[in-house]
Design a protein. Structure first.
Length: 124
């Protein structure tokens, strides 16, 4: 009788051990899948962060360009009209003032365009 009860107990323990081994194997599989998904999530997070930084830089650049163009527009509206009937000294003075204005904006424009060209070549 004791042998039979021991046999039943040993059989139950063997089944439990087999179930534990099966569970351990399944847990290892789940852990590997979780590790793979976690790695993919880290890669995606890094790529999204890089894209966000690029978008922020682009937005900041566009805002700066918009402000720059608005300032030029305001300055152009403030330029005095030239009366072609004015005396030559007055025309020369206004012409000189207009040349200075245009040279300044040309220098600024070339600089801005150069910076934009550099930024377009720069990759994250």
């Amino acid at each position: 009788m004791q042998i039979e009860s021991r046999r039943a107990e040993v059989t139950r323990m063997n089944r439990q051990l087999a179930d534990d081994v099966n569970l351990s194997s399944r847990m290892q599989c789940v852990a590997q899948r979780f590790e793979h998904i976690s790695t993919l999530a880290d890669v995606w997070r890094s790529e999204l962060l890089a894209a966000l930084v690029q978008c922020q830089d682009f937005h900041r650049t566009i805002d700066n360009l918009h402000d720059w163009l608005n300032r030029i527009d305001v300055e152009l509206h403030d330029v005095e009209p030239i009366d072609l009937q004015a005396c030559q000294s007055e025309l020369r003075r206004k012409h000189s003032k207009l040349k200075v204005f245009m040279k300044q904006h040309l220098c600024i424009s070339v600089t801005v365009l150069f910076i934009l060209a550099l930024m377009s070549c720069y990759r994250y």
